[in-house]
Design a protein around this ligand. Structure first.
Ligand code: NDP
Length: 291
């Protein structure tokens, strides 16, 4: 059994991007991060994105509009970033406060600056299998993790648990694409799936993205399968200073001994998400004529 080291694979990708960006003469790629409100997870994600950008040599700007900002004002702010020639990528950190329509804000971002990959145009490109668009970062990160861990998908049965627009649905579409590194046979399960364990047991590659702590147990996994755990769940743990610890959607201790490869939580898929955001930013810069 091999534990796939997401930190190491993400670090290799970041190092490659750093070498690529350092060779750019003149203006460097620039990402603008927009965070509304003080959600602690969002604060830490935006910080991490800024730090990784700096490490690569990507310029990052952080905008912190007031938590009560109106929909029209936030859309006007996005319009300004769309027009700004110095901005290559725009990321509006999710979740937005409840009074804001997140889907409408994402759709307002110019598709060519949509490095998070949530604009309907870019999701459409994923459906078409057209790599000219930007795939959402977590699903793209999962594909990169599988490729760099030498997991062959062609002809194999990939079972995805979860059908969200952020993870489950796009990763299923990416694995299904007609291209080297994909070409899988894909099944997607969700909360209405009947007898999910028997479907999960058929997976050569099982991707768990449901947001339920340690849901996937040994009886749901085929021996020798590859297991990708996307979940990030807090469970109470009085022995920790923070009072909680992070676990995935997979019960690691019981599943790991059965499988050929598995990602840990933390340190598996998570680091890839930020690295792919940076990769998309450099791609946006190039596509906008940067050299
Ligand atoms: P969502 O809550 O948006 O979607 C969860 C999906 O799982 C839904 O499709 C839902 O089904 C399905 N589901 C929920 N409960 C069950 C169940 N008991 N049986 C079968 N299916 C179920 O979550 P996300 O996709 O946004 O996130 C999933 C997990 O991944 C979370 O833990 C999240 O924190 C993590 N995550 C990690 C990232 C990373 O960078 N590593 C990035 C993004 C997310 P239905 O559609 O029927 O409701």
């Amino acid at each position: 059994m091999e534990v796939i080291d997401g930190n190491q694979i993400a670090a290799a990708l970041v190092a490659e991007l750093k070498a690529e960006v350092s060779a750019i003469r003149g203006r460097k790629p620039c990402i603008t991060l927009v965070r509304v409100g003080e959600d602690p997870a969002s604060v830490s994600y935006v910080k991490k994105k800024g730090r990784t950008a700096a490490e690569i040599g990507i310029e990052s700007r952080v905008l912190l509009p007031p938590v009560g900002i109106a929909q029209a004002e936030l859309e006007a702010l996005v319009d300004g970033l769309n027009r700004d020639p110095g901005v290559d990528g725009i990321l509006v950190q999710s979740p937005l406060p409840d009074h804001l329509d997140e889907a409408a804000v994402f759709a307002r971002i110019s598709p060519e600056k949509d490095v998070d990959g949530f604009h309907p145009y870019n999701l459409g490109k994923v459906v078409q299998g057209d790599e000219a668009g930007f795939a959402p970062c977590t699903p793209a990160g999962i594909m990169e993790l599988l490729a760099r861990s030498s997991v062959e998908l062609e002809g194999r049965h990939v079972v995805v648990l979860g059908r969200s627009l952020i993870v489950g649905r796009p990763v299923a579409l990416l694995a299904l694409q007609r291209r080297a590194g994909a070409n899988a046979t894909v099944t997607v399960c969700h909360s209405k799936t009947v007898d999910l364990p028997s479907i999960a047991r058929q997976a050569d590659v099982l991707i768990a993205a449901i947001g339920r702590a340690e849901f996937v147990t040994a009886d749901m996994v085929k021996p020798g399968a590859v297991v990708i755990d996307v979940g990030i769940n807090r469970v109470s743990d009085p022995s920790r200073k923070a009072g909680y610890r992070l676990v995935g959607d997979v019960h690691f201790e019981s599943v790991a001994p059965l499988v050929s490869k598995i990602t840990p939580v933390p340190g598996g898929v998570g680091p890839m998400t930020v690295a792919m955001l940076m990769k998309n930013t450099v791609k946006a810069f190039r596509r906008r004529g940067g050299c």
